[in-house]
Design a protein around this ligand. Structure first.
Ligand code: NAP
Length: 273
């Protein structure tokens, strides 16, 4: 089921093109990661979701099992810790088989004026948004190489493609993630593995709610005024929906997306990068 045969009718006619695939989504308990787990489960993949809050994981796992009849594994892990990554990936392989789709999604997007930022703040962002992607990808890469097949999608951001004030650590981590994506894509370009990035604009999740709260606190502005300002940063004048990010991510995970690699797909309501 991994590669399309020449006689296959084409992806539009296949209802479960990811049957037999195992997708692991970091930060799959809520926000964009939960939507990606829905989209991949709908296409037939077995799912592993990893994050820290076990209750939220359990809720999302139940949802996937009930709605999509998926085989779901979930485990709590802090993916800034290499040992917890190793342990949780090993358990997920034992439960659902080799991982052939990896979505490096868990991330934080805290803001701070540069002159107030300390090393602890910097390291927290780099560790989760960048180093965890390196560590998680290493867990699956050898198996993908041996199998001659894999799909890796890194959830970057529009802040990985251009600069914005007050988020130097976030922007630096996502720019570096783009470098990892493009270079690894070329390294495994003849191995059947694709490596791509999705770059969402402001998306309706807790991350943006927290960002709005932070701006309200530091600026003294009204919450609706701040929300409107953020919505208007997109030419469409609205926030992106997590489901919209998830659909684009799922498309990159299809067997038939085999010639799309090293790309940054911008999902940002018409913002030109
Ligand atoms: P979110 O709603 O805050 O969800 C973050 C997810 O990551 C949660 O499942 C969270 O669960 C998990 N997580 C956080 N820290 C973790 C850790 N140390 N170990 C394991 N899991 C951890 O964020 P989101 O908006 O969906 O963002 C997802 C990705 O999209 C991020 O990489 C973000 O940078 C990117 N993005 C978001 C936006 C946006 O506007 N929302 C725009 C562009 C890019 P626990 O807290 O339970 O661990």
């Amino acid at each position: 089921m991994k590669e399309l045969n020449k006689s296959d009718p084409g992806i539009l006619f296949m209802s479960k093109p990811l049957n037999g695939h195992h997708a692991l989504i970091t930060g799959g308990s809520r926000g964009i990661g939960a939507s990606i787990s829905n989209a991949l489960a709908a296409l037939g993949a077995s799912i592993t979701i990893i994050s820290r809050d076990i209750d939220k994981l359990k809720l999302q796992a139940r949802h996937l099992e009930k709605k999509f009849k998926s085989s779901v594994f979930y485990t709590s892990a802090d993916i800034t810790d290499g040992n917890q990554i190793k342990d949780s990936f090993a358990k997920s392989v034992a439960s659902n088989g080799p991982i052939n789709i990896l979505i490096n999604n868990a991330g934080i997007g805290k803001s701070m004026p540069f002159h107030k930022m300390n090393l602890e703040f910097w390291n927290e962002t780099i560790s989760l948004n960048l180093t965890s992607t390196f560590l998680c990808t290493q867990q699956v890469y050898e198996t993908m190489r041996k199998d001659g097949y894999g799909r890796i999608v890194n959830i970057s951001s529009t802040v990985g493609l251009r600069g914005y004030p007050y988020i130097t650590a976030y922007s630096a981590s996502k720019h570096a993630l783009m470098g990892l994506t493009k270079s690894l894509a070329l390294e495994c370009v003849r191995k059947g593995i694709t490596v791509n990035a999705i770059c969402p604009g402001y998306t309706e999740t807790d991350l943006v709610t927290n960002a709005i709260d932070n701006i309200v606190q530091t600026s003294g502005k009204d919450v609706n005024e701040v929300k409107t300002e953020i919505e208007n940063m997109s030419p469409m004048g609205r926030l992106i929906k997590p489901e919209e990010v998830a659909e684009s991510t799922a498309w990159l995970c299809l067997p038939s997306s085999s010639s799309i690699t090293g790309q940054a797909i911008v999902v940002a309501g018409g913002a030109l990068m």
